[in-house]
Ligand binder design. Structure first.
Ligand code: S2G
Ligand code: ZN
Length: 465
């Protein structure tokens, strides 16, 4: 009997869709290197239905691919082998807000921007922020431990989760940490599920810790001459100001974001590198410090040009140069490398990586941008129009063999925030030891004994049991 019929028989109240348009849309994420081919898309409407669905899938060996906002960039939500996609589009309840604990509890399908708005309405702030926040879902953010542009000050999604409800591979519901700040009662299992990319269990509900909103922020957009200069600017600004973000991008990134959004060049002179730095600026004294810092960096030639935001609209205008990059190159499409190294290694790493890729594939356009403040660099290789997708993927894999080896050699990670998913799985060993991978597989076996959760993602595929 086919998996959809089996599932419908076992869970009569569960909506399971086989509409071709839904199979196509819900069987993939933002990556374009695989064709969506799920057997069906399940839309559970409650935690109870998720438990029932997982228990039936475990009994029948039905592989499940969890799917949130489908904004993933490593193929973690791609169903290309007849799996059942588990969509959380029907689990978008806000379960509650607690003004004393300063927490909000939401179902997995709640969109990130909704949590940000909920926090704002209650005079608080949910600081995890990135370009796809208008469509990404909290369950997916937790599964990939999403970072974004303000990790420098507020940390990652992991630092926001104080309570988590997950369904394990037998259909059992676990309630983890229950919103406690302190809880020294054994292993903190929630941190196993955060960043597990749907391979250990399905996130169904989360309690998220909100923070005080920044009093007022200002943004500097700076033109920079070299990577060494950029690091000196980072050190100066970080020493003088309360930075919430320190992002960089290259002149090529600027070219694409200006072209795609009809933005004017921010300065008369084109610069090799640009920085968007955001800092808390509650009063004129801090603004004066920022201007002094700007003058200091300019007098040393580290900053070639610069502008400081004068209003909230200006903040949005300056952020658009950074936040619009990803979208502006998505049509090529790009082969994404989401690399992280220690901040101290960034200049040497970028130099070595840039010369490596220019040596291997001088004909490819490389667009760099990312979160310098946390050592996370995004190296996007743009597909030449004349090249087929399969040829491009093969060539990009050749580059990955070498670029990930270089990342390993400097002690970096081949995935900083997008996750390993499907696309980077073959190179997992470049960032994790054999022993670590074996322990991860043992942990997966204990939470997912039937091996139904996202097979082939993050960990190597173990042929069906
Ligand atoms: C960013 C968003 C996705 C991408 O802009 O920081 O993480 O394009 C990215 O890599
Ligand atoms: Zn990023």
């Amino acid at each position: 009997m086919d998996v959809v019929t089996t599932l419908r028989g076992a869970c009569p109240n569960l909506e399971v869709c086989v509409e071709p348009s839904t199979l196509a849309s819900h069987g993939q994420d933002w990556t374009r290197f695989r064709t969506a081919a799920p057997a069906g898309v399940a839309f559970p409407a409650s935690t109870g239905q998720v438990c029932e669905l997982v228990s039936a899938a475990a009994r029948n060996g039905i592989p499940l691919v969890p799917s949130g906002g489908r904004t993933g960039l490593s193929g973690g939500a791609v169903a290309a082998r007849g799996e059942i996609v588990v969509s959380f589009d029907r689990m978008q309840e806000v379960m509650g807000f607690d003004p004393i604990d300063r927490t909000v509890t939401v179902e997995a399908g709640v969109v990130t921007a909704t949590v940000q708005e909920l926090a704002r309405q209650n005079g608080l702030y949910y600081p995890v922020s990135f370009a796809s926040e208008g469509s990404s879902q909290i369950g997916g953010n937790i599964a990939t431990n999403a970072g974004g542009i303000r990790v420098l000050k507020y940390g990652l999604t992991r630092d926001r989760v104080v309570g988590l409800k997950v369904v394990t591979g037998s259909g059992q519901l676990l309630e983890l940490n229950r919103g406690l700040i302190k809880n020294a009662s054994g292993y903190d299992l929630r941190h196993l599920f955060i960043g597990s990319e749907g391979t250990l269990g399905l996130v169904v509900e989360a309690t998220l810790k909100l923070v005080e909103p920044p009093l007022a922020s200002r943004v500097l957009l700076l033109g920079i001459g070299s990577m060494d200069a950029l690091m000196k600017v980072f050190d100066s600004l970080r020493s003088a100001l309360e930075l919430s973000a320190f992002e960089f991008f290259t002149d090529r990134a600027l070219h694409h974001v200006c072209q795609a959004n009809q933005l004017p060049n921010p300065f008369e002179t084109r610069c090799p590198l640009y920085v968007v730095a955001e800092f808390d600026c509650p009063d004129g004294r801090v603004e004066e410090t920022a201007m002094k810092c700007f003058e200091h960096c300019s007098s040393r030639g580290w900053v070639l040009d610069g502008v400081i935001s004068q209003s909230d609209r200006d903040i949005e205008r300056l952020w658009r140069y950074r936040e619009g990059i990803s979208e502006s190159i998505s049509h090529f499409p790009p082969y994404k490398n989401d690399l992280s190294v220690r901040v101290s290694v960034v200049p040497e790493f970028l130099r070595r990586m840039d010369s490596l890729v220019n040596e291997i594939c001088p004909e490819f356009e490389i667009v760099w941008y990312g979160h310098i403040g946390d050592g996370n660099l995004h190296m996007n290789i743009l597909k030449p129009a004349s090249m087929t997708m399969s040829e491009f993927e093969t060539r990009s894999h050749d580059i990955s063999d070498k670029s990930y080896a270089l990342t390993r050699d400097v002690g970096g990670s081949i995935s900083a925030e997008h996750g390993i998913g499907l696309l980077k799985q073959p190179w997992l060993g470049m960032s994790r030891s054999v022993a670590e991978i074996e322990f991860m597989q043992k942990i997966k076996e204990s939470f997912d004994p039937a091996g139904i959760f996202n097979p082939g993602k993050l960990l190597p595929l173990i042929e069906t049991r």
